[in-house]
Design a protein around this ligand. Structure first.
Ligand SMILES: Cc1ncc(COP(=O)(O)O)c(C=O)c1O
Length: 396
């Protein structure tokens, strides 16, 4: 088992992207001349975004739209009910959203068997990750996180003076809970568990996570990021909300960006003990906007839309895994709206080849430098990617 401590982000995103698109011996002009086509130029430009997480989406030079299979969005959303709610609320935009935030907190609390003071509504769940990192992972505290995982919380903790303790995923590319438990010290303020994990889409066994929390939450705050929980095989059985009900040191982060298809509307929430929610409210720096909130209230009650999104995501996953099997490529067992597979070569080659076919795929996640995270699009869009895959790997 590999356990390492790093005091810097392990992914070195910006440096990596620079070397990826700009060989040291070549000038930018040389690269473009050698490539010979404006198409490749556009692809490289797309991969050169200064912050790899916010990669650019330059449309393909040959026309048409770039297919975004890179950010784990849900292209079926927002739901019709959410759109109608936003249309109806548009002319009310002059008012602060004083009524909508408590209304949504009440709905969520009712469904989760909690009280509204167990809920904080935020501008996306990234805001939850930042608030929690600030409260429990800053100023000399240690934050334990898996490598690779979704880095927004750890990156922020580091910026506010926290020290990161990275623990590699296990051989099945799942959180190594025993390894993480072994790294808890009296300096540990926060432990981040992303379940299912982004970028691997893998999950830990529910009973293992419950026993981990049993130990870890008595020594530090445990943040369970359940951004993709509505897409897993057994959402109700896998969620850790019972640990909040039991009054433990556990915070659950959720989002409307995934199954609800509302990433651009910026809405998320967290569930925790009332005293923790109170502290979180005290340091929050933003609130969701009225459009996101009214859309969220509608979408949260739209079970038909959620069921249909789930079904369509799974249809795309089946198609994708079938192609991966056909091509003999290794991939993770996905419990989310994306899957990670081994391209067998540095990811940049594959990413550029896909850009040339008008498809944006996920960025690199060290140390899995040959693995690609691909998000599910609409069912009718997937053949564009899957045909490009076949052409790429059959040629290789
Ligand atoms: C695991 C995880 N957590 C949190 C987020 C942040 O989502 P948002 O701020 O849009 O709610 C994402 C986004 O991709 C994610 O994958």
């Amino acid at each position: 088992m590999l356990v390492e401590v790093h005091l810097r982000s392990p992914n070195k995103k910006v440096d990596h992207m620079k070397t990826l698109s700009m060989p040291s011996h070549a000038s930018r002009r040389d690269v473009f001349r050698t490539a010979g086509t404006a198409f490749v130029g556009a692809a490289l430009a797309g991969l050169q975004a200064p912050n790899a997480r916010a990669q650019s989406y330059t449309p393909p030079a040959g026309g048409g739209e770039l297919l975004r299979l890179s950010a784990n969005e849900n292209p079926y959303g927002p739901s019709e009910s959410a759109k109608q709610a936003m249309m109806a609320a548009m002319s009310e935009g002059w008012k602060y959203a004083t009524a909508e935030m408590p209304a949504l907190a009440k709905l969520i609390a009712e469904r989760e068997g909690l009280s509204p003071d167990n809920v904080i509504i935020t501008e996306g769940s990234a805001e939850v990750l930042r608030i929690v990192s600030l409260l429990y992972g800053s100023q000399g505290s240690e934050m334990i996180a898996a490598r690779p995982t979704f880095e927004q919380g750890p990156d922020y903790a580091e910026k506010v003076g926290g020290q990161l303790v990275w623990v590699d995923l296990d051989k099945d590319m799942k959180h190594d809970l025993a390894g993480m438990e072994g790294r808890i010290t009296n300096k540990t303020g926060l432990i981040y568990i992303c379940n299912p994990n982004n970028p691997t889409a893998t999950m830990v066994q529910t009973k293992d996570l419950r026993s981990f929390i049993g130990v870890a939450a008595s020594r530090a705050m445990v943040l369970v990021d359940e951004a993709y929980i509505d897409l897993v095989d057994d959402p109700a059985g896998s969620a850790m909300v019972d640990q909040v009900r039991a009054g433990k040191n556990v915070i659950i982060a959720r989002t409307f960006s995934k199954i609800h298809g509302m990433a651009g509307l910026r809405l998320g929430f967290a569930l925790a003990r009332p005293d923790i929610i109170k502290r979180m409210n005290e340091v929050r720096m933003s609130s969701p906007n009225k459009m996101g909130l009214v859309a969220g209230v509608a979408s949260y009650q739209d079970k038909e839309f959620m069921a249909s999104s789930r079904k369509l995501v799974r249809e795309c996953l089946t198609m994708t895994c079938k192609t991966l099997d056909e091509l003999g490529l290794r991939y993770t067992k996905s419990q989310a709206n994306f899957v990670m597979f081994d391209t067998g070569k540095p990811l940049r080659e594959f990413s550029i080849a896909m850009r040339q076919k008008g498809v944006a795929v996920g960025r690199p996640f060290a140390p899995y430098d040959t693995w690609c995270r691909v998000s599910m699009g609409r069912v009718e869009q997937m053949p564009q990617f899957l045909d490009a895959m076949r052409a790429h790997f059959k040629k290789a």
